[in-house]
Design a protein around this ligand. Structure first.
Ligand code: F6R
Length: 242
């Protein structure tokens, strides 16, 4: 694992954006898996800018959504679907047939897990994953206590996730379960970027990097990834010992 600390969120986001764009430029049919949330918003803005400016062809790129709130429809502004529509799809020409996201309203959500695992297997895995970190150390919806060797699964959301998650919704919303790629997917991904910014993430980042590697802090798995990069701004890195 590599640790990169940036002056501020702007520098961090520019670097993360160029990692995404470089992956696409090196492999026109790259498979990219992205998280939603507040952290990567500026990164995606820069990705859009670079792809538009340099007229980079993304027709063969496959997009995979990391996770989704179960039972929240795609037109709800707090859903991951809505997020990607706003921040990526309305600006960039992905092929609709190359976009794979968990369908939160599916009658049999477990089939969504099977579908996603199959898609990823057929694509020969994910080339680049960009993830954030929850206040409880989750990645995607891999909550504390999750076995490291899981593929896609349905999760009963942790209390922290339910309360912090309210920030994405216009009105108080009942959040109970999530659907997510598993940490086994993360370990099998070519390169993983974990981004964190702001002082509020400093403590969980310290636990992730300096605590034991354990599913109590799922993000600590990053330290076992041979090509994992933790990218922080100075504030998120502020409690690290070295
Ligand atoms: C979202 C996701 C979550 C977030 C995490 C951090 O798709 O997978 O794990 O990355 O909760 O959220 P923010 O960036 O809003 O602090």
């Amino acid at each position: 694992m590599q640790l990169n600390i940036f002056e501020d969120n702007d520098a961090l986001s520019r670097e993360a954006a160029s990692e995404i764009v470089n992956t696409i430029q090196q492999k026109s049919n790259a498979v990219i898996c992205l998280a939603s949330g507040s952290t990567p918003i500026l990164t995606y803005k820069y990705v859009v800018e670079i792809i538009q400016r340099d007229k980079i062809d993304i027709a063969d790129v496959t997009f995979i959504g990391l996770d989704e709130w179960l039972g929240i429809p795609p037109d709800n502004e707090g859903s991951c679907h809505y997020f990607f529509q706003q921040h990526l799809f309305q600006h960039l020409r992905f092929s609709a047939s190359n976009i794979y996201m968990f369908r939160a309203m599916a009658e049999r959500p477990i089939s969504e897990c099977e579908r996603m695992d199959k898609v990823i297997r057929h694509l020969n895995g994910i080339d680049l994953m960009l993830v954030g970190i929850g206040m409880n150390g989750h990645i995607g919806f891999n909550e504390p206590g999750v076995p490291f060797n899981k593929y896609s699964h349905i999760v009963d959301l942790d209390e922290t996730t339910v309360s912090v998650g309210q920030k994405y919704f216009k009105e108080a919303t009942v959040l109970k379960q999530g659907i997510t790629l598993g940490l086994q997917h993360l370990m099998e991904t070519g390169k993983v970027l974990l981004l964190a910014n702001g002082e509020k993430k400093a403590l969980i980042i310290k636990q992730t990097i300096e605590g034991e590697i354990s599913n109590k802090v799922p993000a600590s798995i990053m330290r076992q990834h041979p090509n994992g990069i933790i990218m922080l701004d100075k504030e998120a890195a502020s409690l690290l010992s070295h």
